[in-house]
Design a protein around this ligand. Structure first.
Ligand SMILES: Nc1ncnc2c1ncn2[C@@H]1O[C@H](COP(=O)(O)OP(=O)(O)OP(=O)(O)O)[C@@H](O)[C@H]1O
Length: 561
């Protein structure tokens, strides 16, 4: 509960009591003035005074009662605990007949997240809603939770605003939860229950927090929350062992906090995934976070609002056991050529650059020392997995890459024969294409640890020859490209029945020159043929030729770099 303070408190009186106070005073005053009969006026005055005294007594008693018998906690929008509580309240209000359903005043917005402070049962339950109905009033609401009375109140957080798109800023919300109990543990029970529900509801998702500087407020760095459907690790197609090694390493790190403490080693671990665009770096991180139940806090150093101070604040507000991701970490710094031109910004020890100059030149505002400080300096937080991605590892300063900062590097490559083969089978599973299924699906699932020879033995001589010639073409520079297309696969491999998915997968892999296209590019091609596996194979060579011609025209080499 980082942003909510807990206190025994009496924060105000019930609204009806306030109204009543006003009325009783007015009532007494009118009596004094308007009645010519002084005796009646005195009586009314005495009556009014009694009412007022009674009101104050009630107020005092409520205050005393709250101090004695209530525990109050405050939650601020922008903090994860606020999200947990929103979900709990929403679920409770759906199961209990409480006052939220009686609200007649809502802010209605198109559904843009899975989080709802909404009254779904208030609308016709048979109608699938596409909007969120957020009660606008701020009166306290009561509900029962495990036998405790819990009062919830929402209010706008003064002085903090959130950018909600289309040029609109909204005041941030804060929530006050009061539990009528003497038991302090009840509050932590409530918060833990809220968290458990949040984890459960989001089990099919990976939660990604994005930093945003268009918000301003004390806790407003990671205010944009996205939910992505969790991706199985098995859907990441890399060379055998790469994903497993990464997962085991991260699991081991998370499970050995005590060991780190005893050994006097800071409990943090840094990973760098590097390689051409579209080879699966980000996908691996998302799948890994899903498998390990970690929330991702993702930041791009290229964002115009990210400077050393912002980076420091952002890193220090990430909770423990989360995954801190910096994408395209090379974007933080000027290239070496820029350095040569006199930019000393990216050198260790440089505390930063002139922010105004940098902003004017449209260049990033983060210094290397600022970044190093966040990764392993005094500003670094422990208990976190730090991930960085880059397309250009050679542009990174060696200081950034040293162990302790980056402990584990994974190189991503343009698609190999094996990856093209596996991708094809992922796109065309025999369950969806029974007409193409093998009698016995022997080769549809080549074991991950099988040597490449298993796959290559499946290739026809023709495919083998073509693959070799394509390989040599792929190493040509774009200028050397002669414009010829690879030869299309003419017959299926000997050991797989012709026309089966196994045979088609091998033929497809043979048609794709290894090390020339990213998995993303192959994925894009296969998507266009997602209902026609044989068509995908038949068109593969023409596609390769087209891509080469396009690259030649653009003057770029392999991949999408
Ligand atoms: N190795 C892979 N396995 C499975 N899917 C992949 C792989 N590589 C790329 N893809 C697919 O390609 C798309 C882009 O992948 P991703 O964003 O992970 O690449 P990246 O290496 O992070 O690229 P960039 O460097 O541009 O950020 C995703 O839809 C992903 O599903």
């Amino acid at each position: 509960m980082s942003h909510q303070s807990v206190e025994s408190a009496a924060d105000g009186i019930s609204p009806w009591l306030t109204s009543f106070m006003g009325l009783s005073s007015v009532f007494a005053a009118i009596g004094m003035v308007s009645h010519s009969n002084l005796g009646s006026g005195v009586k009314l005055f005495v009556l009014g005074s009694l009412v007022e005294t009674g009101r104050r007594l009630c107020q005092w008693l409520i205050v005393r009662f709250r101090i004695q018998y209530a525990v109050t906690a405050h939650f601020s929008e922008g903090d994860s605990a606020y999200e947990w509580m929103v979900l709990l309240v929403t679920q409770e209000e759906q199961t209990q007949d409480n006052a939220w359903r009686r609200s007649r005043d809502f802010t209605v917005t198109a559904t843009n997240s899975r989080r709802k402070w909404a009254v779904q049962t208030w609308v016709d339950p048979n109608v699938k809603g596409h909007a969120e109905y957020v009660p606008t009033y701020e009166h306290p609401q009561l509900f029962r939770w495990r036998g405790y009375w819990v009062e919830i109140r929402r209010r706008a957080e003064p002085g903090s605003m959130r950018y909600s798109g289309s040029g609109v800023y909204q005041e941030l919300q804060a929530m006050t939860v009061t539990m009528y109990t003497l038991d302090m543990n009840a509050l932590s029970g409530l918060v833990e229950d809220a968290r458990a529900r949040y984890v459960e509801v989001n089990r099919p998702n990976v939660i990604i927090h994005l930093a945003d500087a268009s918000n301003f407020g004390p806790s407003l760095i990671w205010n944009i929350v996205k939910h992505k459907v969790r991706r199985p690790l098995s859907s990441i197609i890399l060379e055998p062992g790469v994903v497993d090694t990464l997962v085991h390493d991260a699991q081991d790190f998370l499970a050995s906090e005590d060991w780190y403490v005893e050994a006097g080693i800071p409990h943090r671990r840094g990973y760098l995934l590097h390689g051409p665009p579209g080879t699966g770096k980000t996908s691996t991180i998302y799948a890994l976070a899903g498998a390990l139940n970690l929330e991702i806090y993702s930041l791009s150093l290229a964002s115009s609002f990210v400077d050393d101070a912002f980076l420091q604040r952002a890193a220090s507000s990430i909770p423990k056991n989360a995954l801190f991701l910096i994408e395209d970490i090379d974007c933080a710094f000027a290239s070496r050529e820029d350095d040569d031109e006199g930019d000393m910004r990216a050198r260790p020890g440089n505390a930063g650059i002139n922010a105004g100059d940098a902003a004017r030149s449209g260049r990033p505002l983060v210094s290397l020392s600022g970044l190093l400080n966040v990764i392993d300096g005094v500003g670094s937080e422990e208990g976190k997995l730090f991930f960085a991605t880059t397309n250009y590892i050679d542009r990174l300063d060696p200081a950034l890459l040293r162990p302790g900062r980056i402990d584990h590097k994974v190189a991503y490559e343009l698609s190999t024969v094996r990856q093209a083969h596996a991708l094809f089978l992922r796109f065309f599973p025999s369950s969806r294409f029974p007409a193409f299924a093998d009698v016995k699906d022997i080769k549809a699932d080549i074991p991950a640890d099988a040597p490449d020879s298993v796959l290559s033995s499946e290739k026809s001589e023709e495919a083998e020859r073509r693959s070799e010639s394509d390989k040599s073409k792929s190493s040509q520079s774009p200028q050397e490209f002669d414009g010829t297309a690879p030869t299309p696969p003419t017959h299926p491999p000997a050991s797989a029945p012709a026309g089966t998915l196994s045979a088609l997968a091998v033929a497809f892999a043979a048609a794709i020159p290894p090390g020339e296209f990213s998995t993303a590019e192959l994925q894009c091609y296969l998507q266009a043929h997602k209902t026609a596996p044989a068509g995908a194979v038949a068109g593969a060579c023409a596609w390769v030729a087209k891509m080469r011609t396009e690259r030649h025209a653009r003057g770029t080499g392999g991949g999408t770099r």
